[in-house]
Design a protein around this ligand. Sequence first.
Ligand SMILES: [Fe+2]
Ligand SMILES: [Fe+2]
Length: 271
Amino acid sequence: MQTLAEMAVEVLTTADGREKTALSRRHAAAWFAAREAGETPLVGSAEPPLRPARPEAPQLLDPRDVPKRKPGTEAGRIAMLHAVAHIELNAVDLHWDIIARFTDTPMPAGFYDDWVKSADEESKHFNLVCDCLERRDAHYGALPAHAGMWRAAEDTAEDLLGRLAVVPMVLEARGLDVTPGMIELFRKSDGPDVVEALETIYAEEVHHVSYGAKWFHFLCGRHEKDPKDAFHELVRRYFKGGTKPPFNEEKRAEAGLPPDFYWPLAEERAG
Ligand SMILES: [Fe+2]
Ligand SMILES: [Fe+2]
């Protein structure tokens, strides 16, 4: 059996979205089959690329150059779905990247279980959203997408605590804030299939945020750091955009993210 780090690098270096997610799901199934048989496969080590392989389309543009479309139109809703597909594909890579990038830091097997499960779920999310696009005569790659999506990963490539703070605890938590509004939008338009896909995404994303909070607290405990202070310091250092309301306080709480983690950063930003 390949080591987990080798599996991760294989996913990261696969460019096509559907191929990447199929491989990701196969590797996740192999990992969990072994875990259920009472084994912990070797995590090993492998060199992840600085940036994951990406398909030729979509064209990646500076966020300022991505055309804005109105959500009240069919074209606008397709653009929104396309943006979600792009986020999910990045998320697949982000979860495999955290597995391969930080193998020098010894972590319990549960750390890998959590991120393999998350990568598997993101792969499912990408496929669900692509199915919705394809039912609307569109596909992932038909529109331009944001180029900046990997920035947070590059900025925290040498800082596991920083990676946990910025990716699951800021970016994925932001997903919890905005998803209910998108579900409403598609409920009011023509999108029962989209509503179903987004509800799956919404339910599973809570866990990704909670895994982030769990391992962030674990590492703070290992290094005797105050988690709240460490979180503020790392988000200030690596995520200039800060956090911004409105926050989904209920789902954030469910994920183990208390208000005194994110509100002070939002107030600094506003102030
Ligand atoms: Fe997702
Ligand atoms: Fe996620």
